[in-house]
Design a protein around this ligand. Structure first.
Ligand code: ARG
Length: 590
């Protein structure tokens, strides 16, 4: 719920009107939407689309209405008077178009300048939420899919934080408990027979280590046997094995942290291993509820709508990815008391999570109604593709090192900054900071701007283009507005206190209205966990500013300077807030 949403406020007015128009139909819900441009014209700012629906419920009943247009007229006439509204009209089959009062728009924008953008935050009905994201696997590749999960997950966590969720847990569910450890440790022990020689430095390149031990594992049956025994010895807690395991994890963690640090992403690690002690207990509870069946020596769970069962315990008695998630979800619900748990992974894991949630519903551990709390949501995303349309790989090797990617983005930005006249007098520090803000921001924005469910093509030239829908373009727009404010020489805090926004021209009004629509766009992005809606909003905001307001409304030195400066300030505040939600560092001059 968000009281700052224009759409919601109008819906409340239309709700009153609908109750008066069709008193016998109390279930009719107001349908209010922003107007789209049709054939180059807009009939209003918002429209109420109820007339046709109401007509189909009341036709044949004795209401006196002769069709949707008449219902539209009645809805319009029953609308309570409001300072929000300038005028209304009925169009086509009963659409009620609303033109908002420009004075009201101006006042609302001004209020935000005084109260701050937090006044535009919605309130989610949960106090404790968790985003399970990034979650790479130790000693395996941290691939671009994990980069996507990191970027999307970070934004979702920021969205929850902005929505006043008291506790937002940013959880890194690293894969630190797979059978790969048996192989790795056995290989390490072979290379370093004296355990004292086994240091983090000796472990070195985990990727290479993984490859080499895999070759041994696949070619030597005796090694394979030892590796399998090593898994058992590790899991039963044998000191020597535990120690090697921990050393491997530490090396891996240091690698991951480099990526997180560059991206400015906070994460709290709690790997799969943490939940291992909880698995037997959770399985026992499920067994007592009669959910566990025997199949081919394995212990399985059947869930609604899926023919094949999910394996909770393997034939050899070992646990798997699913066993761990059964236990971790139990822990999250019961020990951490989380009310909304969001998992961010590629869509390939959709079935895994679908079955996990269904098993929980079967057990009665999650409400039957998927939208009720406590709630679990899988946030899936598409593949990252290379320019050849195939899975993204680097030229030299199978995997793309994420740090290399970020370095490359930064390097390219640095080059283009150095080519600019305006950067001539910049300090090395400013050049460095700006290249990072633009380069890393570009990588994030390119990912976040497309609907997460679609595959995404990684392309440096595209994401760094300063004319398209890119972070670079947005950074320029933001910096340009900041420079207008600077050039005025006015103290913007003083202007905020004493100035007034007036939206006399069409372009000023369009900018004001778009600013005011932030709360409803944010609410939709949050409800559907779709950061791309925020990107679209942000892009449109800078388009309206750059293509409508800027060329037609002189700011500095004009009679409207004060009002227009306030509009500039409101625009940068909303832009920066969007940047913040998307994890992008703004730059103030370029
Ligand atoms: N480690 C997994 C992977 O790389 C992702 C883990 C997602 N979280 C979870 N609770 N299963 O695919």
């Amino acid at each position: 719920d968000n009281p700052a949403s224009v759409k919601r406020q109008l819906a409340q007015l239309f709700e009153l009107s609908l109750r008066a128009t069709v008193p016998d139909e109390p279930d009719v819900v107001p349908l209010v939407d922003a107007c789209a441009v049709k054939g180059g014209v807009k009939f209003g700012d918002y429209q109420c689309n109820n007339a046709m629906g109401v007509w189909s419920t009341v036709k044949g009943k004795q209401t006196g209405f002769r069709g949707p247009p008449a219902i539209g007229e009645a809805i319009l006439n029953n609308l309570p008077p409001s300072e929000m509204i300038d005028s209304c009209s009925v169009a086509g089959p009963g659409f009620v178009n609303v033109v908002l009062s420009k004075k009201w728009i101006a006042q609302r924008v001004q209020r935000m300048l005084v109260d701050g953008i937090d006044a535009w935050a919605p309130r989610l009905p949960v106090k404790r939420a968790l985003v399970d994201f990034s979650s790479p696997n130790i000693a395996k590749e941290m691939h671009v899919g994990h980069l996507r999960s990191t970027i999307i997950g970070d934004t979702l966590a920021r969205m929850f934080e902005f929505s006043r969720v008291e506790c937002v847990v940013r959880r890194n569910h690293v894969g630190d408990w797979g059978t790969q450890f048996g192989m790795l440790i056995t290989y390490l022990f072979e290379k370093f027979p004296n355990p004292d020689d086994l240091s983090e430095a000796a472990i070195g390149d985990l990727q290479a280590l993984y490859k080499a031990s895999k070759v041994r594992f696949d070619s030597d049956p005796e090694f394979k046997l030892r590796a399998q025994q090593a898994v058992v010895r590790l899991q039963s807690g044998e000191i020597k094995y535990r120690k090697a395991w921990k050393q491997i994890c530490d090396v891996s963690r240091a690698e991951f942290d480099k990526v997180y640090q560059r991206l400015g992403v906070q994460l709290e690690e709690r790997g799969e291993s943490f939940y291992n002690p909880y698995i037997p207990g959770v399985l026992e509870k499920l067994d007592n509820l009669g959910l566990i069946e025997e199949s081919d020596g394995a212990r399985v769970i059947y869930v609604e709508g899926v023919n094949i069962p999910v394996i909770a315990v393997k034939r050899d008695g070992g646990y798997n990815y699913f066993s761990t998630d059964l236990a971790s979800l139990w822990y999250r619900l019961n020990e951490e008391k989380l009310e909304w748990i969001v998992y961010v992974t590629d869509i390939g894991q959709q079935q895994h999570f679908d079955m996990l949630f269904k098993a929980y519903r079967r057990a009665g551990w999650l409400p039957k109604d998927e939208n009720a709390y406590p709630k679990c949501t899988h946030v899936g995303f598409g593949l990252v593709l290379g320019e050849d349309g195939k899975r993204f790989r680097s030229r030299s090797s199978e995997v793309v090192r994420l740090v290399d990617l970020l370095d490359e983005a930064k390097r390219r930005c640095r080059t283009s900054i150095l080519e600019r006249d305006t950067a001539k007098d910049w300090s090395e520090e400013e050049i460095e900071k700006t290249s990072e803000a633009i380069g890393y921001g570009a990588v994030k924005y390119a990912d976040l701007k497309i609907n997460r469910l679609t595959n995404y093509t990684f392309n440096f030239d595209q994401m760094l283009n300063d004319k398209g829908n890119t972070a670079v373009y947005l950074q320029y727009a933001h910096a340009r507005i900041c420079s207008i404010i600077r050039k005025s020489g006015r103290d913007i805090e003083e202007v905020k206190r004493n100035g007034e926004i007036v939206l006399d021209s069409e372009d000023e009004r369009a900018l004001g209205l778009h600013l005011l629509q932030f709360p409803e766009v944010f609410e939709e992005a949050c409800t559907n966990l779709l950061p791309n809606l925020l990107c679209e909003y942000l892009y449109n905001l800078s388009e309206i500013f750059t293509k409508k307001f800027y060329p037609n409304c002189q700011v500095v030195g004009s009679p409207e300077e004060t009002s227009r400066l306030l509009l500039c300030e409101a625009t940068v505040i909303v832009m920066r807030h969007c940047f913040y939600l998307l994890g992008i560092e703004p730059v103030y001059r370029l």
